[in-house]
Design a binder for this molecule. Structure first.
Ligand SMILES: [Zn+2]
Length: 256
């Protein structure tokens, strides 16, 4: 059992189940579409509709409002969605855990691994960083849309995080609902910002972030000049998240 787990982790780094076997030669089978994808020792289910127009991701497993909203949204909107199978915020890695939204830079991954696994030795830390390093590009290749399409990430927050946490380090901000700071869009593309700023909702642009790279997906998207929208609402506020998602769908172009 241990041997098979080690094999899955070390040799077939990214795609899950049967995908594990095909991942190293996936480029030979362009028609093959994996049903899930592995990150650290966690797994993301992939939902594909016909004629996909956008990419969506639920990266934090404990954000259940966002999971419900996205799952329902995929019944009526063409796209490809990546949903973590974890029920907790962090995902497993070796004997420990890591925040999946901090592993998109080596520095961000190291900080999250240290924070979550204070008892690890240097070898464990190095192995975990190497594992993530080997998975990152393929995961991003799969999750990031190509040809100017949009990646939408759905999140839920609580007391300690809101648009006020992001406003100061953003390039631009439009705070139409200052009394409702937990609901906001964070985007990386100036064209998308211009449109979202006409909405009745809070929005910030983070194309060039004035803060150290924290390894989040939004920073990686900005660095790649990719279109990315992060839709945050307070946990439990499904109606608002659905409303904002619908506004976004009705106004942002499929391709920039
Ligand atoms: Zn989150």
């Amino acid at each position: 059992m241990i041997e098979s787990k080690a094999c899955t982790r070390r040799d077939f780094l990214v795609f899950g189940s049967i995908g594990s076997l095909l991942a190293p030669v996936a480029h030979l089978f362009p028609w093959w579409k994996p049903k899930d994808i592995v990150l650290a020792d966690g797994r993301f289910q992939i939902i594909r509709t016909k004629h996909p127009k956008r990419h969506y991701i639920l990266i934090h497993g404990d954000e259940t409002t966002a999971r419900d909203v996205l799952t329902k949204h995929m019944e009526t909107h063409p796209g490809t969605a990546f949903l973590t199978e974890s029920k907790t915020r962090n995902i497993p890695i070796d004997s420990g855990q890591v925040d999946p939204n901090r592993i998109f830079s080596r520095n961000g991954a190291a900080i999250s691994l240290q924070k979550n696994n204070p008892n690890w030795n240097a070898r464990q830390m190095q192995d975990a960083l190497d594992l993530i390093e080997g998975q990152r590009d393929r995961f991003l290749h799969e999750v990031m849309p190509h040809h100017g399409e949009l990646l939408v990430a759905l999140h839920n927050n609580s007391e300690d995080y809101s648009v006020n946490s992001e406003a100061a380090i953003s390039d631009m901000r439009s705070l139409k609902q200052p009394d409702n700071p937990h609901a906001f869009f964070l985007c990386t593309d100036p064209g998308d910002y211009e449109i979202l700023a006409t909405s009745p909702y809070n929005v910030v642009l983070q194309q060039h972030v004035r803060a150290p790279d924290d390894g989040s997906l939004s920073r990686r998207a900005a660095a790649r000049l990719a279109r990315y929208v992060n839709l945050e609402v307070a946990m439990g506020d499904a109606a608002r998240q659905q409303e904002m998602l619908t506004w976004m769908e009705d106004h942002l172009p499929f391709v920039s």
